[in-house]
Design a protein around this ligand. Structure first.
Ligand code: SAH
Length: 422
């Protein structure tokens, strides 16, 4: 048996059920675990505390699978965890879609005596996150469903180790779906894992897979798009934009494939300017507008740098009734906090300058290290420097298929504010 023995007093985080064990907390390793293998984590006085996956190359040297040290980590463990994650989402959308119809073993809610799924649906979509890594007790594993495709990311040595097992269980739970891997993410380097994309089961996805999201039709590039293809975490905020957009001239900054902009037009916006520095993403944005039968003259596409384009709008006195700022992650590590904060301040200040009186700003940060109080302060300073009074009308979060485990606050990464400027 492989043991990881913690330094004296370093079991505190583990006892609070935080799933990460940093290399600095480890006294020694007994045995010779390979990357991704299961280890039993013990306190200094050898009390077993947890079963975890060994990540020898990472600063996060082990990630906990189970806080019960007697748990056997095997296919049965992963089947239960995956079924639990799916069952936890049964109230979110159509349960037949989620758990399969007929006699599929994925009728997982039947195995759970408590909390029968209600008929109320939080959203209406055939695309959602089924497994959100640490937040679902499965460190390093992301599984998104886009219509008939499951797209997986194996971000840690432990999830990589169990890839075949997990793929097999997904085939059982979702018979007939194809499974595609998008493990082409930089965090894998920290785990000593190579980048990898490709089919795990079934057939190669087409260039575009069509999904529906609250009545919107959207094309997703599973093989080449960002993340697993689409930003599912912003589903609720796209619905919010749709509710507020009627009669407004909208600027969608960092538009990616145009989801916010299409939502705004479907909500009655008079015009949308979609802005992104990715030509291929804007191409899909155009196709998405067409797919939804939108008037082509109501959309404009700007392939450019938001920081530059907002300045040129300011100089030419172009203004808007509703602006969306959904930038990429500016802050990857603590050392980038200050520079990232300046970036958020800059674009928010410019946006406040471009807003007509009574205009709305939907502003977001997906940097986990930027916490809401600091983000709100930055947005507040931006309004002040732009000479605008503004109010917060709503606080926005990642959609609930991206839940936050209370023992893993790092899972709350996406935050947003809806502000109205005087
Ligand atoms: N709002 C989108 C997701 C945005 S992701 C949605 O709901 O789907 C961030 C986007 O910002 C990416 O598409 C990326 O291409 C773009 N981007 C990154 N830096 C940029 C910059 N400086 N100027 C313009 N776009 C940028």
């Amino acid at each position: 048996m492989n043991l990881v023995i913690l330094k004296k007093g370093r079991e505190k985080n583990l006892l609070q059920r935080h799933p990460w064990i940093f290399s600095g907390a480890i006294e020694r390793v007994a045995g010779d675990p390979n990357s991704g293998e299961t280890v039993t984590v013990c306190s200094f006085d050898r009390k077993p505390l947890a079963q975890a996956a060994w990540s020898p190359q990472s600063q996060i040297a082990a990630r906990v699978w189970s806080f019960d040290p007697s748990t056997v980590i095997d296919a049965g463990f992963f089947r239960t965890k995956l079924q639990n994650a799916i069952a936890a989402r049964c109230h979110l959308t159509d349960k037949e879609f989620l758990c399969g119809a007929g006699d599929s073993p994925a009728k997982c809610w039947q195995t759970r005596a408590s909390a029968p799924p209600s008929n109320a649906k939080h959203f209406n979509s055939n695309a959602l996150r089924l497994v959100a890594a640490e937040s679902d007790g499965l460190p390093g594993l992301i599984i998104d469903r886009y219509a008939d495709w499951l797209v997986c990311q194996f971000l840690s040595a432990g999830s990589e180790h169990w890839k075949e097992t997990i793929t097999g269980i997904l085939q059982e739970l979702f018979p007939g779906l194809s499974i595609y891997e998008r493990s082409d993410v930089s965090v894998r380097e920290k785990e000593g894992l190579p980048s990898r994309c490709g089919v795990l089961a079934g057939t190669e996805p087409p260039e575009r897979v069509e999904i529906s999201e609250n009545g919107m039709r959207l094309l997703v590039d599973i093989k080449g798009g960002h993340k697993t293809g689409y930003y599912l975490d912003q589903r609720d905020s796209r619905a919010a934009v749709r509710n507020w957009a009627s009669g407004r001239d909208v600027l969608n900054c960092f538009s990616y494939t145009g989801g916010f902009g299409v939502a705004a037009l479907l909500g009655g916006a008079t015009h949308v300017t979609q802005m992104d520095s990715s030509g291929p993403a804007l191409e899909i944005a155009k196709q998405n507008a067409e797919l939804n039968g939108l008037d082509p003259t109501a959309s404009e596409y700007i392939d450019g740098d938001v920081f530059k384009e907002l300045r040129s709008f300011r100089d030419s006195r172009r203004d808007f009734d509703l602006i969306i700022l959904d930038p990429p992650k500016f802050i990857e590590s603590r050392s980038q906090l200050e520079g990232g904060a300046r970036g958020y301040k800059d674009i928010n200040l410019l946006a406040f300058k471009l807003l007509r009186p009574g205009g709305l700003l939907f502003t977001f940060s997906c940097s986990g290290l930027m916490e809401m109080p600091l983000f709100q302060k930055i947005v507040s300073d931006a309004a002040l420097d732009a000479g605008r009074s503004a109010q917060i009308l709503a606080v926005l979060n990642q959609s609930p298929d991206h839940p936050v485990a209370l023992n893993f606050p790092e899972g709350a990464y996406l935050k947003g504010l809806l502000c109205r400027a005087e």
